[in-house]
Design a protein around this ligand. Sequence first.
Ligand code: PLP
Length: 415
Amino acid sequence: MTVRPMHTVAAFDAERVRRDFPILAQQVNGHPLVYLDNAATTQKPECVIEAIANYYRRDNANVHRGVHTLSDRATHSFEQARHALAGFLGSPRPEQVIWTSGTTAAINLVAYSWGHSTLKPGDRVLVSWLEHHSNIVPWQLVAAATGAEVVPIPVTDDGEIDLEALAGLLDARVKMVAVNHVSNALGTVNPVAEIVRLAKSVDALVLLDGAQSVAHWPVDVTSLGCDFFVMSGHKLFGPTGTGVLWGREHLLEAMPPFLGGGEMIDRVGFPTTTFSGLPFKFEAGTPNIAGAIGLAAAVDYLGGIDRRAAAEHEAALLARTLELAAEVDGLRRIGRPAHAAGIFSFLLEGTHPSDVGMLLDQQGIAVRTGHHCAQPLMDRLGIPGTVRASYSIYNTQEDVTRLFEGIRKAKRLFA
Ligand code: PLP
């Protein structure tokens, strides 16, 4: 007798989700749009667009210091948005959520503030060969200024962090291990628990770049065990120019301000100025109020989605992709991580990635081509770039079918 599992994941209705995203209901180059560039940026549901428009229609004012009603409303919505992001990330306190313009800005904030105040000549920051440039260059800049060294953690030919090599690099010189949760170029899901365990064995801090993970499954910064977590709102169905730095409270408290100006001060005078506490110490200038409100609307939208079923749905899209890929002669998947998010990078023998990308675009299929801001990884793999299809909650099996019709056409024309 076969015993059926008691708990099966409810079928995920991607078609229904798709209808929440107005941009997807259009023709591109005479074909229904198939949007497979979600790792670059996700589309926005109607509720996010509405939240931003409504803020500007009804509540627009500067936050925090105003005594008038509109400013009060704007401040309330802005701080409510911080609470929403704190809840979304599992932050013990909302003050640990610092608004930034995105992942890049958040990493730069940590590299400059923590790095300049902490790193000494001979100290080391480890980053992996899998990293996006934004988790490499800020560390190189701070290393050049402090005499510290940025050391790359080797990756395997399959595109996974080599944990043995990481263990071999760890010693008292290592002060920070900065890695992504999910590789934007290959989809590799990194073993965060193991990386954190290894880093902690030498008392190094861990910065986790969550730009590519937050849209795919729920994250909880407390159980991840990292010291800093960074993300971008625009990859999470929210607006561009938004993002979050989350940090452990005692670390953020100890870090000096990064940018100086309004909002981040307690009292300005000559010769000295004192600063606000968290989170405002790191939020100089008028913030992206509408953006924060829009991002909170995106998080609220995700609250209404069965995220486990959504993750299963994306896994099914990737599984079908890999089946179809195996049937195309001359198609080489780049990276074969054992655990991958819905990202598929490939090369088609005899073709250039950008030619494939342009031919797909002519058929209404949006993919990304090139080095994906991961030039060291491309060097490591000995390739100039890839074609990358990246899935989200609104993609369907029909999208996968269309992608492979396009790939076969590219093969017929170019290969
Ligand atoms: N880190 C990863 C893994 C990314 O995929 C990206 C963007 O693609 C970034 C960082 C940079 O994000 P942003 O440009 O939103 O700052």
